[in-house]
Design a binder for this molecule. Structure first.
Ligand SMILES: NC(=O)c1ccc[n+]([C@@H]2O[C@H](COP(=O)([O-])OP(=O)(O)OC[C@H]3O[C@@H](n4cnc5c(N)ncnc54)[C@H](O)[C@@H]3O)[C@@H](O)[C@H]2O)c1
Ligand SMILES: [Zn+2]
Length: 344
């Protein structure tokens, strides 16, 4: 996000001085995928693969996280913002670059509609904002699972969401237990619903392959843990959205299968339940204009997850702390030009 310094000769709608935010994935606007709003899989910006993005491995030659940024196809990619740098919506607008549209996409992948019951694994930035988006769409129940106290504490900022600490026991069993009163009050009014649909209708994986095993919070990695939890927990005819990342190759995978991006999952149970599973990178541009307008209207306040605002020079240390989730590092905003003395 920033203010335009200079425009190239082919740019028609953006001018010097415009305040803009950019999707992390870059689209051309005219390829088969971009024209269908799948800007996450643009076919022309990255010579080697489908999909291009700023500063992300395998997504082309574009750099990010710098004071100045060159924007390909600026007319298509820039989202104009009102106001001026440093105003009261700055920390909300910057989250339009990735996390807020990503979280909204997770709720789309999981088919959340009004009155739904939703379980979200991971209370990082994506999980917390997925809960916010699920509630925005009218979810009746939202459970958010993690084990990091500072992150679980933020769940209460999402109206009506319930924090579930998986270090205190199997999170699937905890959510089934928490749902009991709702089942007794509402679902039992419909024959069969209470006992045959004890779980949730929508599940979101906001953790990805870095998930820890249920029995080892913060310690042993178990990449299939979240998908397994969701297949157990989601009701027949429900939906799972996998917004957390899984790589096609991982040299640090624990065995040959994981090195090749192959994970075991209870496909039989998922099939038997008729669960839909959607996954992949968020097409940020599909949603960012509407989400910007919701921020301006005061209906969403995604900056509630921001824990630190730091100068660019503090990035290496901040990444290290974010990686270990230490010192309450939930979401860090890097602000070029910010004086080290004004750290919080
Ligand atoms: N699809 C996309 O377009 C897109 C975009 C941005 C981020 N992501 C991905 O979304 C995922 C979440 O992003 P983030 O920034 O919130 O990450 P994060 O690492 O800050 O948060 C993940 C959280 O999951 C928790 N966790 C680990 N194991 C768990 C378990 N077994 N049960 C419950 N919680 C567990 C961790 O404690 C952590 O708080 C990452 O994989 C990220 O790469 C995807
Ligand atoms: Zn394209």
């Amino acid at each position: 996000m920033g203010v335009v310094e200079e425009v190239g000769p082919g740019v028609v709608s953006i001018k010097k001085g415009d305040r803009v935010v950019l999707p992390f994935n870059i689209g051309c606007g005219f390829c088969f995928n971009c024209t269908r709003q799948f800007t996450n899989a643009c076919l022309t910006v990255n010579p080697k693969h489908h999909g291009g993005g700023f500063g992300y491995s395998g997504m082309g030659p574009f750099r990010g996280q710098a004071e100045f940024l060159q924007v390909p196809f600026a007319d298509f990619n820039c989202l104009k913002l009102p106001g001026t740098p440093g105003d009261e919506l700055e920390d909300d607008f910057v989250l339009l670059a990735d996390i807020l549209p990503t979280a909204y996409h997770a709720s789309e992948q999981a088919h959340v509609v009004p009155g739904d019951t939703v379980a979200i694994f991971g209370a990082g930035p994506v999980g917390l904002l997925s809960a916010m988006c699920a509630r925005l769409k009218g979810a009746a129940e939202a459970y958010v699972v993690d084990s990091v106290p500072a992150r679980l504490a933020l769940v209460k900022n999402v109206q009506g969401a319930i924090a579930v600490d998986y270090s205190k026991g199997d999170p699937v069993k905890q959510i089934l237990e928490l749902r009991k009163p709702h089942r007794e009050q509402v679902q039992n009014l419909r024959p069969g619903s209470g006992d045959k649909m004890p779980g949730v209708m929508c599940g979101i994986d906001a953790v990805g392959y870095e998930s820890h095993g249920n029995a080892s919070p913060g310690r042993t990695q178990q990449p299939n843990q979240i998908i397994e939890n969701l297949i157990q927990l989601v009701n027949p005819t429900g939906h799972i959205g996998i917004i957390g990342v899984y790589f096609p190759q991982d040299p640090r995978g624990v065995d040959e299968n994981e090195k090749q991006g192959r994970f075991t999952l209870s496909l039989g149970m998922a099939w038997d339940k008729g669960i839909s599973i959607e996954m992949g990178q968020a097409p940020v541009k599909r949603y960012n204009v509407y989400l910007r307008d919701l921020i301006i209207a005061g209906l969403v306040k995604p900056s509630m997850i921001v824990s630190h605002r730091l100068p660019l020079e503090a990035a290496p240390d901040a990444y290290q702390k974010f990686d270990t989730r230490s010192d309450g590092y939930t979401k860090v905003l890097l602000k070029p030009g910010l004086k080290a003395a004004s750290l919080n």
